[in-house]
Design a protein around this ligand. Structure first.
Ligand code: 13P
Length: 251
């Protein structure tokens, strides 16, 4: 079995002003004074403080990521940010296809795939999000929905080492509810099987599959111990340095 170095990413969503850099300072202190983290650590702040997070995080090994990018490199797209701009600001990752963007910005798999392509073109690693809604799970179609999102959202030309996949059940995001460990294991095994189909046995087994949705200090350890869970994408609990550090230390 290939070993995959886990990745813990914090998605700050639309939270964070310049004073939030204090949390980053605290996180950096915890990471450099405590036991060396056994995970790659990424913080995805709002774009307004991305450059500051990238600059400040560099000395403590915290990497920066964007939360979204435009499909084009530049042009007449008022208010949008391209993958090249994120890279220019110091990002190494970018989240694409988060369910909040799929829902409130009508992003479909074709758009998500184009964004992932743009990210790779700019030298960023896209964290490609997939996940079913509650009614899709209740209706028994969680796996088929996720499989469809996977096959359509991963760019055809993407290499296995260029992407990260995040499974985020929509109904678990910000609700305090999570799937059971068995349900997480089953979905992650399903995603792994699809990635192996697509990239081959060896390569498909080296791709990171993150879990996201109400991961907290109290449940992180058990979730991160589930087979094929190679890290987490953390929303609310990434906003406080202590909580985020506890999750990182649970790896
Ligand atoms: P919460 O951890 O707040 O549930 O958010 C998860 C998420 O959407 C991360 O992208």
């Amino acid at each position: 079995m290939t070993t995959i170095s886990p990745l813990i990413a914090g998605n700050w969503k639309m939270n964070g002003l310049s004073q939030s850099l204090d949390e980053l300072t605290e996180l950096a202190q915890l990471l450099t004074t405590g036991e060396a983290p056994r995970a790659v650590v990424v913080v995805c702040p709002p774009a307004t403080i991305l450059a500051a997070v990238a600059a400040q995080g560099a000395s403590s090994g915290i990497m920066a990521g964007g939360q979204d990018c435009h499909v084009e490199a530049s042009g007449a797209h008022t208010g949008d940010i391209s993958a090249y701009m994120l890279a220019d600001a110091g990002a190494q990752f970018v989240i694409v296809g988060h369910s909040e963007r799929r829902a409130s910005h009508a992003e479909n798999d074709d758009i998500v795939r184009a964004k992932a392509e743009a990210a790779i073109g700019a030298g960023l690693k896209p964290i490609i999000c997939v996940g079913e809604t509650e009614s899709e799970r209740d209706g028994g179609s969680a796996e088929s929905i996720v499989n469809q999102q996977l096959s359509r959202s991963i760019p055809d030309a993407a290499e296995h080492h260029e992407i990260v996949v995040a499974y985020e059940p929509v109904w678990a995001i910000g609700t305090g509810r999570t799937p059971t460990l068995e349900e997480i294991a089953q979905m992650h095994a399903n995603i792994r099987a699809r990635l192996v189909e697509r990239f081959g046995e060896e390569r498909g087994n080296t791709l990171r599959i993150l879990y996201g949705g109400s991961m907290k200090p109290l449940n992180a350890r058990e979730i991160l111990n589930v087979d094929n869970v190679n890290g987490g994408l953390i929303g609310g609990a990434s906003l406080l340095a202590k909580d985020f550090y506890t999750i990182i230390s649970s790896v």
